[in-house]
Ligand binder design. Structure first.
Ligand code: HAM
Length: 424
């Protein structure tokens, strides 16, 4: 075979894409209940949007972006995540001026990161994410977390673990940054090159460095929670209270820093607890980003959101042996006997499909036996048999695949009859 899938990507074949459709429908439905509206942004954006938005000291921007020059010499990047694009659109379309605030948006679409592929880590993956912009009420932090948890639990996932932390407001972060610099500076030459440049620019990033994660200075690095000012502490307490009110259990993990630069105050990840899930146990992540809209050129606007990948969700469902309640099979399969019947088939199929039924027929000139087999494989509820006799009387022989019972049904009644079988 000459051509192969690019590394870290996948074909989603029909058996799998049924699951995707089910999950996506669930996401649309849930977002309607929470009153989030869908936004679709381009798959590529100006490179600078991500450098600014996601942060130029992050692994995503430094190592993982698919960046290219277009024929006009513009640097473009395949989006590595959805928040920066959503915020860009929020600013560009002046959504802050819309009557209903906060602006509550969601998206489902492919994202691209040049990562080392492994189970649960792809180079193209699909995120479902939500962003709420325009409110600094801790209740909306709890709403976003609640939506994420509901999504998983409504699909049947168990053993979910919600980890939360606060990264504090500007002042708290400034104090924490200073403490981190003092902590790492004396021995920074023992750290990787990336960490050395991170030290002055963004020492928080050192804390999620994959290379130096076992260095002893990591163990007693100053935790942000100790540097939160009063406002940040109060905010965090309020979020936690709302979560308790909503019966959502959580664990506070002071070492949760997230891999993107835009976060402040609330940060969270949802993990799957339990064996057999592989190395990657994080299902989704999100948090508050109060400075991002401004950073991207809009008016100061608070925001919060999260994103999850459908690939990891599917892995989790599989590991837990959860079958999605997918609708299987055709409503009817048309079996023709003889040339006349074959000629009459397209019209009948067309009519039944117009009536909203899922029907199919043979296009390979199979014998009746072969057609019946196909009906069985496609899990048709009934077969509709037409031959010369049926044609002459404007009727079809309807056979139930479950019981084998047959009855002659007039063409005018056929749709209702099939619908009866369908609802049985
Ligand atoms: P993130 O933590 O980078 O956050 O990604 C969110 C989720 O996307 C991860 O928890 C994981 O489910 C999935 N994901 C990330 N990378 C991969 C990959 N290589 N393969 C498969 N799945 C992956 C963000 O992207 C933020 N934009 C989330 C957010 C929205 N924060 C606020 N609003």
């Amino acid at each position: 075979m000459k051509y192969k899938l690019p590394r870290g990507t996948q074909d989603i074949l029909p058996e799998e894409s049924r699951k995707w459709q089910y999950i996506e429908a669930k996401a649309h439905d849930l977002c309607q209940r929470y009153n989030y509206k869908e936004i679709r942004t381009p798959i590529f954006e100006q490179t600078d949007l991500f450098a600014r938005g996601v942060g130029d000291t992050t692994d995503i921007v430094q190592k993982e972006m698919y960046t290219f020059d277009d024929r006009g010499g513009r640097s473009l990047t395949l989006r590595p995540e959805g928040t920066a694009s959503t915020v860009r659109s929020f600013v560009e379309n002046k959504m802050h001026g819309w009557a209903d605030q906060p602006t509550k948006l969601y998206y489902i679409g492919p994202m691209f990161r040049y990562e080392r592929p492994q189970s649960g880590r792809m180079r193209q993956f699909v995120q479902f994410g939500v962003e709420a912009m325009g409110s600094a009420d801790p209740a909306i932090d709890a709403e976003v977390i609640g939506l994420a948890m509901d999504f998983y639990s409504e699909l049947g996932l168990k053993n979910l673990k919600l980890i939360i932390n606060s990264l504090g407001d500007k002042e708290s972060r400034r104090n924490h940054k200073e403490a981190l610099i003092n902590h790492f500076k004396p021995r920074i030459n023992e750290f990787c090159k990336d960490c050395q440049t991170r030290l002055e620019k963004n020492p928080l990033r050192i804390l999620d460095c994959k290379v130096d994660r076992n260095h002893e200075l990591m163990l007693d690095a100053p935790a942000i929670l100790e540097y939160l000012n009063e406002d940040s502490v109060t905010y965090f307490e309020q979020v936690k209270t709302f979560l308790k009110d909503m019966n959502i259990s959580y664990e506070v993990d002071a070492s949760l820093v997230r891999g993107l630069d835009y976060y402040n105050n609330t940060a969270f990840e949802i993990m799957i607890d339990g064996d057999g899930f592989g190395a990657i146990t994080t299902l989704s992540g999100g948090g508050r980003y109060n400075g991002l809209v401004e950073e991207i050129g809009g008016p100061a606007t608070p925001g919060i959101g999260f994103a999850l990948s459908i690939e990891r969700l599917l892995m989790a469902l599989e590991t837990q042996g959860i079958e999605l309640p997918l609708e299987d099979g055709l409503d009817a399969y048309l079996v023709t006997m003889g040339d006349k019947a074959k000629t009459a088939a397209p019209k009948l199929l067309h009519q039944l499909r117009h009536e909203g039924l899922k029907v199919d027929a043979d296009y390979l000139a199979k014998k009746v036996k072969g057609q019946m087999k196909a009906a069985d494989r496609q899990q048709a509820k009934v077969v509709l048999i037409i031959g010369d006799e049926e044609l002459a009387t404007n009727s079809v022989m309807l056979k139930s695949m479950a019981t084998g019972e047959q009855e002659l049904v007039s063409i005018t009644d056929i749709t209702d009859k099939i619908k009866n079988y369908k609802s049985e």
